[in-house]
Write a protein that binds this ligand. Structure first.
Ligand SMILES: [Zn+2]
Length: 504
């Protein structure tokens, strides 16, 4: 039950603890505080007017407007958010997600903190950067204590918690199953996807009907290989490119070895297949939601759709993800549908982060406060009260190739992006609103901004680096085989998608 103290906690931006030194938290403009106070007042009024979905009394609703509602968190792996119809993409890739965005709130720009799966999912569920949680290699796992996950927070709030994941990277032994009553790895195949939908349909039985559900679905598509079933496979193929590319992992590594341009017919064909894979993912999300709704729950579920990272197609010389912090590898969807609470059709300008998901859900659902200070911010003021997400510095890093070697790092501050390419390359500065493809380095034109952003980057990095304590684990043989099929190529982190770029 919420008491006065915890209600006050909700409206004081719960993920912004005193003592956190990163500039983002101490330099938040007063405008945000004002917006939050106004929103708080309006929501207290709204809480008295909106029907109580949880069966609790009016007084218990307090400042957590989604308390007691079912929650479905969908991650579609490797989904570049610029390929959404709602983001203005030229192909009709996402009819269902566009409907979902129109029924709720859609962030016009959202980015992940890192560009590879395991670290990114740990960040999503804990709300901290990969340097802070410390799970930075594929054979590392979440430590048993010290970081609360969304699964644990929902479970402690009385939720039944279920995770259905279609990516071996986040399956058994990663510690991500903490807090889930059930956490199941499902094969990354079309048959596996059908099974996932059947599992969703079978979730609610009479005995569990009174208990709210937190369901985490991690879809394999559109992760490579880009080989969706028909009709998605040929949906965007006009047969005009003349390319015989079939969307395999081998083809993607060959493209990097051959240094094909983004305009090459093989890359264009690969992109067609990727978009078909996105359309397939969109259909799976629609069917998953329909399967859930067919279970007879009384209230519509709250649905948040996002991804763990984006995907590149020979921009900056690479296909896939892992390697860089450039935009194609970190752009993600961020859609929240909460009928009755989030106004339909809200488009939120500014730059959101995958790290904002956990603090936002903590506030909306009135979840217990986690032990760790979260790096993102609750976006409740923007999602419910309107206005843009204010610029703040966000630390981004690519996959760390292996222990002791450096990742590519970036600091994003609204449209500005400062990139440090380790291994001897020069720093870069981009304005991603004017130059979304990051083709023009403007560091020479804005040296003071670059110096300030570099200082912020190093400040945050020094603050969080080494604070995590990931555990090492032995990867079972069948997991190694599945990782190889996904292009990860073994434990050392330099195989598969990275193999052809050794030494760059
Ligand atoms: Zn991924």
């Amino acid at each position: 039950m919420l008491n006065g103290a915890s209600r006050a906690f909700c409206w004081r931006a719960p993920m912004e603890p005193a003592g956190q030194t990163f500039g983002i938290l101490l330099r938040r403009p007063t405008l945000r505080v004002v917006k939050r106070v106004l929103l708080g007042l309006s929501l207290v009024v709204a809480a008295l007017l909106v029907p109580d979905c949880s069966g609790r009394t009016e007084g218990d609703l307090g400042a957590a407007p989604l308390r007691g509602r079912d929650m479905i968190l969908v991650v579609a792996d490797s989904f570049d958010g610029s390929h959404l119809g709602a983001a203005g993409y030229g192909r009709e890739t996402t009819p269902f997600l566009d409907e979902l965005a129109a029924s709720g709130a859609f962030l016009e720009r959202a980015i992940s903190q890192t560009s590879w799966t395991l670290s990114s999912v740990v960040s999503l569920l804990t709300g901290v950067e990969q340097e802070a949680h410390g799970v930075m290699q594929i054979d590392e796992s979440l430590p048993q204590s010290g970081l609360s996950t969304l699964g644990e927070l929902f479970q402690r709030r009385g939720y039944r918690t279920v995770g259905l994941v279609q990516n071996a990277v986040i399956a058994e032994g990663t510690g991500l199953d903490r807090g889930f009553d059930r956490y199941e790895a499902i094969p990354f195949t079309a048959d596996g996807a059908e099974r996932l939908i059947r599992e969703v349909r079978a979730l609610t039985d009479a005995a569990e009907r009174e208990r709210p559900l937190f369901l985490y679905i991690h879809l394999g598509p559109p992760h490579m290989p880009y080989q969706p079933p028909e009709p998605f496979r040929s949906r965007f193929s006009k047969g005009a490119s003349g390319s015989q590319v079939e969307g395999s992992i081998r083809e993607t590594t060959d493209m990097m070895v051959e240094e094909l341009a983004p305009s090459h017919p093989d890359v264009i064909r690969l992109l067609e297949l990727y978009d078909g894979h996105i359309a397939y993912a969109d259909s799976l999300i629609r069917r998953s939601v329909q399967a859930f709704e067919s279970t007879g729950r009384s209230d519509p579920p709250v649905i948040l759709v996002t991804s763990d990272h984006g995907e590149a197609f020979m921009q900056h010389g690479a296909v896939g993800h892992n390697l860089f912090c450039y935009e194609p590898m970190i752009r993600i969807p961020w859609i929240l549908s909460a009928p009755g609470v989030i106004e339909a059709g809200r488009r939120v300008p500014g730059t959101g982060s995958l790290l904002d998901v956990a603090p936002t859900l903590v506030e909306l659902f009135g979840l217990p406060r986690p032990g760790q200070p979260m790096a993102g911010a609750s976006l409740v003021p923007e999602l419910m009260g309107g206005g843009p997400i204010e610029d703040r510095p966000l630390l981004i890093s690519s996959r760390y190739p292996r222990p002791g070697r450096e990742a590519q790092l970036a600091l994003v501050e609204g449209p500005w992006k400062f990139v440090v390419r380790r291994r001897g390359q020069s720093a870069q500065l981009f304005h991603t609103a004017e130059d979304p493809d990051e083709l023009v380095d403007v560091l020479g034109l804005h040296p003071e901004r670059g110096a300030r952003m570099e200082a912020l980057l190093e400040e945050r990095r020094a603050e969080v680096r080494g604070s995590g304590a990931a555990a090492r684990r032995e990867l079972p043989e069948h997991v190694l085989r599945e990782l190889d099929a996904l292009g990860y190529g073994g434990q050392d982190g330099d195989g598969g998608q990275l193999g052809s770029l050794k030494g760059r």
